[in-house]
Design a protein around this ligand. Sequence first.
Ligand SMILES: NC(=O)c1ccc[n+]([C@@H]2O[C@H](COP(=O)([O-])OP(=O)(O)OC[C@H]3O[C@@H](n4cnc5c(N)ncnc54)[C@H](OP(=O)(O)O)[C@@H]3O)[C@@H](O)[C@H]2O)c1
Length: 279
Amino acid sequence: MNNTIRLSNGIEMPNLIQGIPLAGPNAGMGYEEFCKIVNLSIDCGVRAFDTSSAYGPSEEAIGKMMPSLKRDELFITTKISNVQQEMGDIEKCVNRALELMRTDYIDCMLLHWPCPGYIENYKKLEKEYQKGKLRSIGIANTQERHIRRLQQDDISIMPHIMQTEIHPFRTEEGMLKASKECDIVLQACSSLMGMRPMLSQNNLLNEIAEKYGKTLSQIVIRWHIQRGIAPVFRAFKENHLRQTVDVYNFVLSDEDMNSISSLNIDYRLHPESMNCPGY
Ligand SMILES: NC(=O)c1ccc[n+]([C@@H]2O[C@H](COP(=O)([O-])OP(=O)(O)OC[C@H]3O[C@@H](n4cnc5c(N)ncnc54)[C@H](OP(=O)(O)O)[C@@H]3O)[C@@H](O)[C@H]2O)c1
């Protein structure tokens, strides 16, 4: 299986993405630890990272590291926060992210949530893409209805990427079907469902893990990849990271893929009403 996914504009995106928040639940850390995690991830074969202007000074930390990184081998996704979107100066946000990350281009720039006014902000993002600053654009935390809404609007470019919460308890079948129809690639955030006990202690997932001689995290990550979705995971402990990315030497059967998907109950870790007021 190829380790990249081709976007509608021909760009290849690695299909495993490590989240690197410097702030947020369980993510408070210093710059040294941040560098250690980024370098270890690269050492483990990870070539894509996910951040946001809303994740503390993560973009700045990437910028500080930039001189020591092979920029052209990395795929960096970042996001325009809800507060920035409310201000509406998308050009300024893009320039700020470029400056903080000390780079000439961003591989994927997303609006963090489809906040009120997101279509207008998306159109401004299209302009920044057309100027060559962004290699791909999209919106995070979207659902099928947002794709349908965009299809009816006069946008010039369908999002190349959408990032949304997907895991075995939230499979987003409708979103996946609509995204395939529109040639949008999905990134799954909280792809391990934060390893909540509901997931980590699930009997079916543990039985499948035992059957393949893999860990539960490897089974879940592999399930995402076989669905054609790029999982965004966070694994900061070295043993977790090494396990989580070691998923290319086995294949889940169709039967096991289907039984994992049958766990769906549309469960959400990140409710819209909390994260996207006025949504
Ligand atoms: N678009 C959005 O609004 C949005 C929302 C949420 C998240 N995200 C993105 O998605 C990323 C991941 O989401 P998330 O932080 O909710 O986490 P997640 O990847 O679903 O789960 C993270 C948890 O899983 C643990 N873990 C990882 N590999 C493991 C393994 N092999 N065995 C046991 N435990 C393991 C981690 O532990 P250790 O860290 O201790 O190794 C951590 O506690 C974020 O960093 C962010 O980039 C985006």
